[in-house]
Design a protein around this ligand. Structure first.
Ligand code: RP5
Length: 191
């Protein structure tokens, strides 16, 4: 684990196969110029590394941890049990089971991500983890920014702009829909 860190957010995932989903929370943080670090820590394959990571997180004084995992996703909950830093869990649907042939059907967890969602959200009373929807890594990024926005007014301002951009894009689309009519609009947008 890296020693000297001054990042605000730590992103951690159970496997390299989670990265294709977790990269979307990196994208959100990058867009708003928020410093973060990323690690792979497996709760079941590297339990000692998990302890080490938790100590590193406390020392580094991260403001938020975003933890993504698939299957029986223990990683976010285990990290939360080690630290007082808020943990946002990302349930991941892709499950790269090494016992199986990598056919399309076997790319997904047996319960389509519900297994991970419940593993993360159903932490016993006393050690909470907030969970975003299955594969909703970008929402985890936005939520992390909301937490940071309470202490950093410049982040709050950026988030307000992001909200305003969302608002204006809907108005723009609505105007376009009026102008083109539904059939042409749908053809243009979903071809
Ligand atoms: C979980 O098991 C990881 O978060 C990943 O989603 C899943 C499969 O891991 P690999 O077999 O790809 O290493 O711990």
């Amino acid at each position: 684990m890296k020693k000297k860190v001054s990042h605000m957010v730590s992103i951690v995932m159970g496997s390299k196969s989670d990265y294709s989903t977790m990269k979307f929370c990196e994208k959100v943080l990058k867009l708003l110029n928020i410093s973060y670090e990323t690690n792979i820590v497996s709760a079941h394959r590297t339990p000692e590394r998990l302890n080490e990571y938790a100590k590193h997180a406390e020392k580094s004084k991260f403001k938020v941890i975003i933890a993504g995992a698939g299957g029986a996703a223990h990683l976010p909950g285990m990290i939360a049990s080690h630290t007082t830093i808020p943990v946002i869990g990302v349930p991941i649907m892709v499950y790269n089971d090494k016992q199986m042939k990598k056919t399309d059907k076997n790319k997904y967890s047996a319960f389509g991500g519900l297994d991970s969602l419940l593993s993360i959200s159903e932490m016993p009373t006393g050690s909470p983890v907030v969970a975003v929807g299955v594969n909703k890594a970008s929402n985890a990024g936005i939520y992390a920014l909301k937490i940071l926005g309470n202490s950093y007014p410049e982040i709050k301002t950026k988030l307000k702009k992001h909200k305003f951009d969302q608002y204006t894009s809907v108005l723009k689309e609505s105007e376009e829909l009026k102008k083109l009519g539904l059939t042409k609009f749908v053809k243009k947008k979903f071809r």
